[in-house]
Design a protein around this ligand. Structure first.
Ligand SMILES: NC(=O)c1ccc[n+]([C@@H]2O[C@H](COP(=O)([O-])OP(=O)(O)OC[C@H]3O[C@@H](n4cnc5c(N)ncnc54)[C@H](O)[C@@H]3O)[C@@H](O)[C@H]2O)c1
Length: 341
């Protein structure tokens, strides 16, 4: 059995990480870490984890885990990866968003360039939801013909949910982005907040890919609503259009229209999510056992995706089409905050 540890267990998301272990065959949670002992004790009692730490370095030293799962705010990413690497931890799953703006993105890119031994994936676990897997395979097998257009959206802003929808575009269209043209508005989401998630309230990006596919990404108040989605976080979706039809996934249902035949159905997001999270962990263990079993959500790939968000910010600030790869200018978030105030 591989040993997993979770950092940042005072927040809601960490419960999703721990819940998934009822389905993870090759791993178990042996210890947790948080700066706040009270919430950590509640979590530890709920999931029956007795080893609890307020210092993750000490946890790495004593527990010698194979996998660390990082569920902190996004300003606590690189320091944990560096400490885990130094302690010889071989695997890390890091929650989205991997970064917020150019400076933290470049720091992570520099970390990857140093070719660290630790294998890192970003927690866009929707890639592994059973329904998403079926639809992704259908499209990859050519059921809707050559892809032409992808349209993805999320009810929350780019920092909270946008990277899930952006990753979904890559899941259905595994190609490299080449240009971004976009617009943003609304500064509420750019104000100081305890979760350290900063993004404009609404955004729209037109993205071109090197295989000729065009995509749009809409995140925030301007995104389309999903049937059965009550709360703001229940509106992630993606539709992909090809020469023979389309496939559409939402948090609560799906539909396909292929060669004139329409089919649809529903699913429960929480049920899909716990299985997706478990499969995400198993894919990490595959990667540990076999270097060639590259995890599809690896950090290097996620950095390519995140560059689209940085390019979108530059496009809206400077009113121009931005080529990818885009070398980010300094202080994108403060600049957006000023521009949108
Ligand atoms: N993948 C998903 O579907 C999904 C869903 C929800 C949230 N998330 C992401 O998960 C992350 C966590 O979200 P949340 O709402 O649980 O966050 P939160 O801010 O409520 O909780 C984060 C926890 O991390 C702890 N922490 C901060 N710095 C630490 C440190 N140096 N060492 C140890 N602990 C530390 C805090 O004390 C807190 O308990 C966010 O990045 C969020 O975007 C992902």
């Amino acid at each position: 059995m591989y040993k997993s540890v979770i950092i940042g267990v005072g927040g809601g998301r960490s419960h999703g990480h721990a819940d998934a272990y009822q389905y993870v065959k090759r791993g178990r949670v042996v210890a947790v870490c948080d700066l706040l002992p009270g919430p950590m004790d509640e979590f530890g009692d709920k999931f029956d984890v007795s080893a609890r730490y307020t210092d993750y370095r000490e946890m790495f030293e004593k527990e010698k885990p194979e996998l660390v799962q990082v569920s902190t705010p996004p300003n606590v990413r690189l320091e944990i990866l560096e400490a885990a690497e130094a302690a010889g931890v071989p695997l890390a799953i890091v929650e989205k968003p991997l970064a917020i703006q150019g400076e933290d993105y470049v720091a992570l890119r520099d970390f990857v360039a140093r070719k660290p031994k630790i294998k890192v994936a970003i927690n866009h676990q929707l890639q592994f939801h059973p329904r998403r897997q079926r639809l992704q395979k259908l499209v990859a097998d050519g059921a809707i013909g050559d892809l032409r257009f992808v349209e993805a959206s999320s009810g929350m802003n780019l920092a909270y949910q946008g990277t899930h929808s952006l990753q979904a575009i890559g899941a259905f269209n595994p190609a490299n982005p080449t240009t971004v043209f976009g617009q943003v508005s609304g500064a509420d989401g750019l104000q100081p907040n305890v979760k350290e998630h900063y993004a404009p309230d609404q955004s729209l990006a037109a993205v071109e890919y090197d295989n000729g596919v065009q995509a749009t990404l809409r995140c925030g108040e301007n995104a389309p609503r999903v049937p059965r989605g009550d709360a703001i976080y229940q509106h992630k979706r993606i539709a992909v259009y090809g020469m023979k039809g389309y496939a559409h996934w939402t948090m609560w249902g799906w539909e396909t229209f292929i060669n004139g035949v329409y089919e649809s159905g529903e699913h429960e997001y929480p049920d899909e999510d716990v299985l997706g999270q478990a499969a995400m962990c198993e894919a990490m263990f595959d990667w540990l056992e076999d270097d060639s079993a590259l995890h599809p959500l690896n950090l290097e790939r996620a950095l390519v995706d995140f560059n689209v968000i940085l390019a979108l910010y530059a496009s809206s600030l400077n009113h121009e089409v931005v080529a990818i790869p885009y070398e980010p200018e300094a202080d994108l978030v403060p600049k957006l905050r000023r521009a949108l105030a």
